[in-house]
Design a protein around this ligand. Sequence first.
Ligand code: ATP
Ligand code: MG
Length: 343
Amino acid sequence: MDKGGEMVVDIKKNQRSSETKKLDDAKTMFLRSLGEVTEKRKSAEGKVTGVEKIIEELEDLGRKLFLPYPHSLEKTTKELYDYKAALLNMLEDLNESRIKLEESYKELAELDKMKSDFIQIAVHELRTPLIAVKSGVELVNTGELGSLTSKQKEALGLAEQNIDVITALIDDMLDIMRIKSGKIGLMKESLSIKELVGLVANGLKPVFVKKKQKVTVKIPDSVSNIIGDPYLLAKVFNNLLGNAIKYTPDNGKITISAEDDGRKIHCAVTDTGVGIPKKEIDKIFDMFYVVDSSMSRKHKGVGLGLAICKGIMEAHNGKIWVESNTGKGSTFHVTLPKNEVKK
Ligand SMILES: Nc1ncnc2c1ncn2[C@@H]1O[C@H](COP(=O)(O)OP(=O)(O)OP(=O)(O)O)[C@@H](O)[C@H]1O
Ligand SMILES: [Mg+2]
């Protein structure tokens, strides 16, 4: 064996001898304690001393430590049972309330349906005589049934305007009821957004010309057709442009644009009008919501237009949202699925 090998053996020998010594020492100590305990036991002669005393003290301590546990466990178990009973009672009450609520909900839903049906019939029935009234007024106003003074013509003109307002309101109510009941019959046609917007802008020309507003249509010819219902989509743009005109002061600017956004067509109606306060932005698409301002009081809108637009956009799998700065203007955005088939 070489020198290195001897050294390893020596170190192991030394370690082993020191461990043996420790074990021997522990053994001696243990035997000595055992001897002492035995001695004490012998010398006690019936009296409790030494080890027994220690044992007794430990038992005492054990009793003190562990006795309360069975007691508190029992208490806790009882409390848990009480809680369980109370919870079961609550569940029973909740179940009863749920049944009552379900019954009330059913009743309310039936009443709501009855109310909607009634309004729908009433509104629909109003429309027909109103058309007859309008034709009658128009006929008298032409002078075919006898000549009229300028004052009479003026009064009939005003009556005609109001008949138009009521007819538009009736149409809005019929539309919103169709949308709400999910009975919105959708035609799906390939439509040129440029043509659609052009028609709507033309229809509103007398109104924005009167307000000396500049309306610009920025839609490149290259923009793809969209797929949708011409009557309903015209209604959307009519309301968006109509609102832009209403809520923009005289001499303001309005721009209608559209661009290809990959799979969709993105349209925007921007105005330089009064804008919409931030806290109202989420509410304006709700039925009958009108922002309280001098402008809306002047125009007396009923707040159905945007709710109808939202319903129509949802039926088209499209989106509608608004960005606005109070006092600076608003932009209403609309996205519509485009017709993938080339024009
Ligand atoms: N371009 C806009 N600029 C400023 N406020 C607007 C604009 N468009 C809509 N609003 C606000 O949102 C509200 C809701 O619009 P919505 O078109 O639903 O109702 P309306 O125009 O008041 O009435 P309706 O369209 O039923 O005749 C309006 O009353 C107005 O306060
Ligand atoms: Mg409107």
